[in-house]
Every structure is written in C-alpha cells, then in structure tokens.
Design a protein around this ligand. Structure first.
Ligand code: GUN
Ligand code: ZN
Length: 491
C-alpha cells in the first residue's frame, strides 16, 4: 500500500485528511464527495463541477466506456481527463455494480484495470462481487473469496502510478466484513471502498449499515482511506464520517433530479410538494418552486441536480467545520433527529463508542449534552475509564452536585452524564459540558455508572453521594454501601 493518505484531525472516528493522488498530481481534501459522471448523459458537466462546485475528484464507470461504440475509441485516444474536461482526480469503477444489477458482465479484472490505466484513470477498481444484504453465509463467503482473488489479481497488474481500490464485501456479516477489511489491507492496494451498501441505504437500514462499516473499519488499519460506495444522500454523510468514512460517491444528485426530487440534509422532497425552497443556494435564491415546475424537463432536471449538489457539498463543508471545532457528534445527533431510521443509525453508532473513542481528541469545543444518547458518547466512556486512575485522598469521600460539606476527607464533584471527579478537574474537557437543566434519565444513569466504577475501585473508602433528586433507576445503579443524600428534599 502506497502511503497516500494523511489524517490531519480527528473527531470521534471522523477525520479531516488528505488523499494524495499521484497520477492526477493532486491532493484531495477529505471527507470528499465524488459526483458520479455518466459519460453519455451529463446533466452537470465535469467542468462545471470543477469551476462552480470546487470538485477535486469525481467517479465514472469505465465499464460503460469500455462497452460504448461511440466513446471507447475517443477515450482511448484522448484520455479520460480530456474527454470529460476535468483536471482533478478521476476514479473509475469497474462494472461490478452492473454485475450486481444485471447478473453478468463480460470483462475480467485484468482487462478492465488495463483499460482504466490506458485511458488515464487516477484510481482504478477491480471487478469485485457486491454480495447483497442478507445473502446466505455460504454465498457471502464464496463471493468474498472471489473478490479476494480479484484483489490479488489487481495487485499483479502493472498499473503504474494509478491507485487501485480494494473493495470490502461480506454482505451483512460483520465478521466477514472485518476479515475482508484485514485482507484488503494486506492486498497492497490503496483505497478501501465498503461495497454493496446501496440496497441497505435504499431500505433505510442505517443501523445495519453502521454495524458493517464499523466491522470493516476494525479490519482495516487506522491509516486506510475509506470510501463508502454508492452513498450519495447528504442526510447520512455526518453519520458515515463519524464512523471514519472519507469518500462518498453520489449518483443520487442526478437520479433524484430526473425524478423531480429535491434533497435536503434531513429529507428528500418532491418538487410538486414544495411551495418554498428551504435552501439558499444559487438555484433556490433565484427561482421559486412554481417557476421550476413550469420549466421544460431538461432545464428543471439540471437545476434540481445543481441544487442537490449544492446541498451535498454544503453538508460536507458543515461536517469539515464540525470536525475542526470538535462538534461532529452534535451534528450527527442533530441529523439523527430527522428520521427514525437515522436515529437507529445513531444509536447503532453509539454501540461502537469504544471504537470511536480511540481516535477522539482529548480536548475539543464544549461538549453539548442534547439528548439521552449524548450520555453514551465517547467522552463519557473515556471519563468513566479515567476514574480507575484517579485516587481519592482519604477514607471518607463526599461526591456532590452541591457545595463542600464538613466531616469528609475530600469532596468531589458529580456531574451527569460523566459522574464523579476531583474538583481540580472541573475546568477541563469534557467536564465543562453544557447540560440542560431538565436533564434526561440516561444522563443520571450514566453518572451513576461513574459513581459505581469509582466506588468499586476503592472498597475500603467510605462514599456519600449528595444528588439533586436523581431518578430511582439511576440510584438503583449506585452500590448499596454508598450513603445517599437528596439535596432537593433537604432544602
Ligand atoms: N458501486 C456501488 N456499490 C459498489 C460495489 O460494491 N462495488 C463496486 N465496484 N462499485 C459499487
Ligand atoms: Zn438549493
């Protein structure tokens, strides 16, 4: 594997990075969007993507070009960059998607990679087998074995300084996805797309999607650039970035536009249902929905595609700024509130908190507690683990949400959702968190788990917990030997 990817900054497992694409002579800032270009049907041209949207990278299908009577010769002679009129990085897919859709394609990995190299692709793709979700274990294993053979073949083909994708398959089996990730990393190839997730996204199975991406990431080294193949809806970009996906390709911007569908970061709307545009992009500020509805089909499609791209690029900028600031989890949480399936995706993400915690920075912008789910964030887990290394001074300790009291060797603070901590740490991240006054039960329960962790680590120390009327479910988690004071009922 060439050393082409560098991470600049993390937030959870999300990262700002740079992907060096030597053949294009460019470095692509990640997370990045790769608009899918259909060489026969360009609603928005690559030149326009570059000049108006700042696109640094795009993806097109080499199999379509390979099988095209009118484009195969021109692309072989002119090269892909010239044919498409794009100076950034060009990724080529192999026809695997057609294989999954139509069952058969007539090209081998060797042929298509040599073709991709010949036409000047910057990142090529072998013919992997996209095993659909819920395939039998036997099918998933045998197709994965075929994909793995093709990665080995791809590593043998002389592709010069073209980078090569090593897709990670394995259907809905996390164990296979993890193994596939580890195998792909050993193939010597360069970029790691997680494949066959389109059917999952079409069915809004975000929780399953999270589980398989998390599994693939466990198999891959931390430094591997990861592409989420076929993920083109901006509503799930923040979630996927938080898991550690770096590249997204979008055919959705164009497909949706063709069907008069209008993307937002929360939903997909039908143009006919809109009386107002909730967006400030050039399309939406210079037209009303009524004007678009009255246009001829081709112009309407182009404008909708432009809007869909503006929303998608805008969301990626929002995500990059959130990583800079350290507020990516707050953004994921906000996006999770737009659809029940996204909430399932966020909850599934939090099942992998320990995995996210490994790269989460020790200090960020103020932690905002925004919901019960916030209590499961990596920062809370990390604080709870840190309690094992904090030594109470003395034999009797007060843990309190209020003021110091006499009669104890030491007084510590308690703050939901983190739990107890020595007063001296109060000004450090994440204990400077902003929490709502009307706190949710999971925040108290998380704090109680912190109390339990501390108390169990110090069996010979006496603890008193002075709390602001915690719910019974939280108090039930505090070890019985802890003396309880309710500060509210004592007022
Ligand atoms: N496009 C969307 N999904 C896939 C996939 O699994 N493999 C390839 N090669 N392309 C895709
Ligand atoms: Zn718009």
């Amino acid at each position: 594997m060439a050393d082409v990817f560098e991470v600049d900054r993390y937030d959870a497992a999300g990262r700002l990075g740079e992907l060096e694409v030597p053949r294009a002579g460019v470095t692509v800032e990640t997370p990045a969007l790769l608009p899918v270009i259909n060489p026969h049907l360009q609603t928005v041209t690559p030149a326009q993507l570059e000049s108006e949207f700042g696109a640094e990278i795009l993806i097109t299908n080499s199999y379509v070009l390979y099988g095209s009577d009118d484009l195969r010769d021109p692309v072989e002679q002119q090269g892909l960059h010239d044919l498409l009129d794009f100076s950034g990085a060009i990724v080529t897919d192999s026809g695997s998607f057609q294989l999954a859709e139509y069952g058969e394609i007539d090209v081998t990995t060797e042929e298509i990679l040599e073709f991709q190299h010949r036409i000047g692709s910057d990142i090529g793709t072998p013919v992997d087998i996209p095993t659909p979700p819920d395939a039998s274990r036997e099918q998933a294993e045998s197709e994965l074995a075929t994909t793995q053979d093709r990665l080995a073949t791809a590593a043998e083909v002389d592709t010069g300084d073209m980078l090569v994708n090593a897709p990670v398959q394995g259907s809905t089996y996390p164990g296979l996805r993890e193994e596939a990730g580890a195998h792909a990393a050993e193939s010597g190839l360069d970029v790691f797309p997680v494949g066959a997730v389109v059917p999952m996204m079409n069915e809004y199975r975000y929780a399953d999607l999270v589980d398989i991406v998390a599994a693939a990431k466990r198999g891959l080294p931390e430094s591997a650039p990861v592409h989420l193949f076929g993920a083109g809806h901006p509503m799930m970009f923040a979630l996927a970035v938080a898991l550690g996906c770096d590249l997204f390709d979008s055919a959705a911007y164009a497909i949706y536009a063709r069907d008069d569908r209008y993307m937002t970061v929360r939903t997909t709307e039908h143009l006919e249902d809109l009386e107002y545009f909730p967006c400030s992009c050039p399309v939406c500020t210079s037209h009303t929905p009524a004007e678009l509805k009255a246009m001829d089909g081709e112009e309407r499609e182009r404008l909708l595609a432009e809007h869909n791209l503006h929303v998608s690029y805008g969301e990626l900028r929002t995500i990059k700024q959130a990583i800079r600031r350290g507020s990516l989890m707050e953004l994921v949480e906000a996006r999770a509130r737009s659809h029940p399936a996204m909430l399932d995706g966020y909850r599934a993400l939090l099942d992998h908190t320990a995995q996210l915690e490994r790269t989460d920075p020790v200090s960020k912008d103020t932690f905002f507690h925004l919901s019960g789910e916030s209590a499961q964030r990596p920062e809370v887990l990390r604080h709870r683990r840190r309690l094992d290394r904090l030594e109470p001074r003395g034999d009797s300790i007060l843990l309190t949400e209020g003021n110091d009291a006499d009669g104890f060797d030491e007084c510590w603070s308690v703050r939901p959702p983190f739990g107890p901590f020595p007063r001296a740490l109060a000004d450090g991240y994440p204990l400077t968190a902003q929490v709502p006054e009307r706190l949710d039960t999971p925040a108290y329960e998380a704090a109680a788990a912190g109390v339990r962790r501390l108390v169990e680590a110090h069996p010979d120390t006496a603890f008193t917990l002075a709390h602001d009327d915690w719910p019974t479910s939280a108090l039930a988690d505090v070890p019985e030997r802890v003396e309880l004071w309710n500060l509210k009922s004592d007022e």
